[in-house]
Write a protein that binds this ligand. Structure first.
Ligand code: KG4
Ligand code: ZN
Length: 344
């Protein structure tokens, strides 16, 4: 069995994990930076990078101690090399390089995309993936390690961004996703009419900027209870996600066959309403459904270690002059979505 040390530092979570190639999570440690960024109302890149410098090495030591291992037992180190905030990515990558072990430069999105295979040994390629996080909202066909075809992306905001902005509008704080979900449980989604951007459109792309503006107007009108706005917003996201996936599945019928499994990954995959709707969608299409456990959905180092283990097994290590990359698409061939970059 190979043992991989995973390091994550692309945003506001510092994390270290030790993963066995047989899918054992030997240790995983996480240090959030919420308090450091709170006074500024969002993640400040310089503060994030400095925090990673302070905590990464102690976190790695703690993970090794949890697993009862020394650095000598580690076969390779997998570090997020992008996409993300460049300062933090550099800190993680340099920390990995300094250890003098084989290096695996992991795309953070590939970490999310392969995380369901860490949780479920039976999940085989190809699968249809909804990748929904704070920075990304994509539908991908996953044909193998490093083999991704992007079928859809967002033309403005990511789904997690929409949750975070809705939370801000409702005064719930950051990170917004879990707080909006909790509030939505007590609300009536039918009490507030909200739009479903791009619903029914031919290409399976996403758009959430118009929904966010509608949430702002509903909140400012003073006519609605916050829990009803939260519930209506979440239902609108669910409806959009289901409709867009229906389109992607219909389109994939003609191109190499429909994958047998529907998979969701990324921070927003922690959302219970989205999970249930996807499970029902998969059942309607006679597909299996896989969603990683909640702790593996939001940013962590276990998914980076696992992506590293998958790559290491294929002999895919990287040179020490590997650059940190602020942008790094999973499917470099994918064209920009029409209307992309236009924010409402
Ligand atoms: O994957 P992730 O941890 O970081 C990125 O790579 O972006 O995703 C974070 C995003 C945030 O926008 C957060 O609000 C959202 O995931 N999120 C949720 C839930 N938990 C986290 N969104 C909806 N419902 C949740 N339960
Ligand atoms: Zn992420």
């Amino acid at each position: 069995m190979a043992i991989i040390l995973g390091i994550e530092s692309s945003c506001d979570e510092s994390a270290a994990a030790l993963i066995g190639s047989d899918r054992t999570v030997l240790a995983h440690r996480l240090a959030g930076q919420e308090d450091a960024h709170k006074p500024y109302g969002g993640v400040v890149p310089e503060i994030a990078a400095r925090a990673h410098v302070q905590v990464l090495t102690p976190l790695i030591d703690a993970a090794l101690m949890d697993a009862g291992l020394g650095l000598d037992d580690v076969d390779a180190i997998a570090a997020t090399a992008g996409p993300g905030l460049i300062g933090g990515v550099m800190v993680g990558l340099v920390t990995a390089m300094a250890a003098g072990k084989p290096l695996i430069a992991v795309n953070h999105l590939e970490g999310h995309a392969l995380s369901p295979r860490l949780a479920d040994a039976a999940l085989e390629f190809p699968y249809m993936l909804l990748l929904v996080s704070g920075g990304h909202c994509q539908i991908l066909r996953v044909d193998g390690v490093g083999q991704y075809r992007r079928l859809a992306t967002t033309i403005d905001d990511a789904a997690g961004e929409a949750f975070d902005k809705t939370a801000k509008i409702l005064g719930l704080g950051y990170p917004g996703g879990p707080r909006v979900e909790a509030l939505a449980k007590t609300g009536n989604s039918k009490a507030v009419p909200l739009p479903r951007p791009l619903l029914g459109s031919a290409e399976p792309h996403f758009s959430f900027a118009g929904l966010k503006s509608a949430v702002l107007r509903a909140a400012q009108s003073g006519a609605h209870r916050p829990e009803d706005i939260a519930a209506a917003f979440q239902q609108a996201v669910v409806d959009c996600v289901v409709d867009r996936l229906e389109k992607a599945l219909a389109a994939s019928d003609g191109t190499g066959g429909k994958p047998k499994t529907l998979v969701v990954a990324g921070g927003v995959a922690a959302n219970g309403a989205i999970r249930s709707a996807l499970e029902a969608l998969a059942a309607r299409h006679d597909m299996g459904f896989v969603a990683p456990p909640l702790w593996l959905c939001t940013d962590n180092a276990a998914m980076i270690g696992w992506a590293g283990a998958e790559r290491f097994a294929l002999g895919l290590t990287d040179p020490l002059d590997m650059p940190a990359r602020p942008r790094w698409p999973l499917d470099p061939e994918a064209e920009a979505a029409r209307g992309a970059g236009v924010k409402a």
